[in-house]
Design a protein around this ligand. Structure first.
Ligand SMILES: *Cc1c(COP(=O)(O)O)cnc(C)c1O
Length: 431
């Protein structure tokens, strides 16, 4: 299969090229030239997530240099559990826990898949592949951890100074060797802008083989579709109904992966995109006009995105808002409501949400009874609450046990440099 740019101004490329380049030459994002069609029956013999992923992704890998490595890549990347848990107190709602990987957020799926794929692409190159990644909190840690000590690669993580949680910051700055962290005196949007500018900076391009690992990279998005296959099939086999998903959203990578899985024929019904006060997407649904803006800071910081990159892929796939609205709806939630939802659901379900997952839980609560009755709903839990103790612990009244992989990272010493939010500051830091 080949992949082309959402802007139509660049040549179609192979999968390997799309992973390596991150962004298309015309500034657009890579999308597949077509989506293969599947039915639930295609997956009857696949029990594990890696085997479902192999089947789903085989058409995208067909004819590429990575084709023979796909099974190894998925086995290496998806080596942790992905439970789908019914909520005891609510028969119509279950929770898909995507936070059992090494950095305790769903970004581990895409980051680990991309690292496993890229390290196979690059084994013989003499210049190290340099991954530039802008993070609003969780991406950077997941990408750094996934690439750490992988030969032939180095990672530079840009994060907005003071706008990630202390534990997130620890996960961005605890690495050594081939991973560097830059604390940018600006917002996530500044970080994202610097990374985009670096890709068209002639000096940097000459010096490094640059690539991205943000959710603009196809190698992050494709593997995320796999857990929607697994979860929707589990619901389908249990209930005979399509699964509806509530997805806490920021840059729309997770949502897009779900929409791609749906497009490929998996039994997925509605999507509810749950945003924090960064409400560019809900406003687009309300007004029909796309107006990206600066991000605002919230307690669900990994969703603080004012100009979600993947909107370009979404609008390319489904340009007509009415078509999009036929199966997708959106909502947005402010910080006070997030906090109240964490408190209430802890009392009611004995479940502790991270602030991002709580945005989704609140959006679900606000559905009309008719919408709730549209079939089984699955709340996508995007991070472990122990990543955000300063906002979650006061609400539930006790400390949270830290998952073991996370505890290991938190014990390591911190290393980072501070830079101004300018292209020249980034260039200077890198050269
Ligand atoms: C990144 C992230 C999100 C938002 O996901 P997108 O793919 O950017 O929409 C939500 N929750 C958590 C915990 C995240 O790390």
């Amino acid at each position: 299969m080949r992949f082309y740019s959402t802007r139509g101004g660049a040549d179609a490329v192979t999968l390997s090229q799309a992973l390596r380049e991150g962004l298309a030459g015309d500034g657009g994002l890579f999308v597949p030239e077509q989506f293969p069609a599947f039915t639930a029956n295609d997956f009857v013999n696949d029990v594990t997530l890696p085997s479902m992923a192999n089947r789903l992704l085989a058409p995208f890998f067909a004819g590429d240099a990575l084709e023979a490595g796909l099974a190894q890549i998925t086995a290496e990347a998806f080596n942790f559990p992905v439970p789908l848990k019914p909520l005891a107190a609510n028969n119509d709602l279950s929770v898909l826990e995507l936070f059992h990987g090494p950095t305790a957020a769903f970004k581990d799926f895409g980051a680990r898949f991309l690292a496993a794929a890229m390290s196979r692409l690059h084994l013989n190159a003499e210049r190290p592949l340099t991954i530039l990644v802008a993070t609003s909190g969780d991406t950077g840690g997941a990408v750094a951890g996934a690439f750490h000590r992988r030969p032939g690669t180095q990672v530079v993580v840009l994060f907005p100074q003071g706008r990630v949680s202390p534990r997130q910051e620890a996960q961005l700055t605890c690495w050594d060797g081939n991973v560097r962290a830059l604390s940018v005196q600006g917002s996530f949007d500044d970080c994202q802008r610097l990374v985009k500018a670096a890709f068209v900076n002639a000096t940097l391009r000459e010096r490094f083989e640059l690539s991205s690992a943000n959710s603009i990279n196809l190698g992050r998005l494709l593997p995320q579709a796999a857990y929607y296959v697994q979860a929707s099939l589990a619901v389908w086999r249990r209930t005979g109904q399509h699964a509806n998903f509530i997805i806490p959203s920021g840059n729309l990578g997770n949502a897009l992966a779900c929409i791609w899985a749906r497009r490929m024929g998996l039994p997925i019904g509605r999507l509810l995109l749950a945003h924090n006060r960064n409400r560019a997407v809900p406003d687009y649904f309300d007004r029909g006009e796309w107006s990206p803006r600066a991000s605002v800071q919230t307690i669900a910081s990994a969703m603080d995105v004012g100009n979600p990159s993947n909107m370009e892929r979404l609008r390319h796939l489904i340009p007509d808002l009415a078509d999009l609205k036929s199966f997708v709806s959106t909502d947005w939630v402010d910080d006070e409501v997030i906090a109240a939802r964490i408190k209430t659901d802890y009392a009611r379900y004995n479940e502790v949400w991270c602030p991002h997952t709580a945005v989704g839980a609140e959006a679900y609560e606000r559905l009309s009874p008719a919408d709730k009755a549209q079939g089984p709903w699955v709340l996508v839990a995007t991070a472990h609450p122990a990543k955000f103790p300063e906002s979650v612990e006061p609400l539930i009244g006790h400390t949270l046990a830290i998952p073991e992989p996370l505890a290991k990272l938190l014990a390591l010493p911190r290393r980072f440099d501070v830079i101004a939010p300018s292209d020249s500051a980034l260039q200077h830091a890198l050269t």
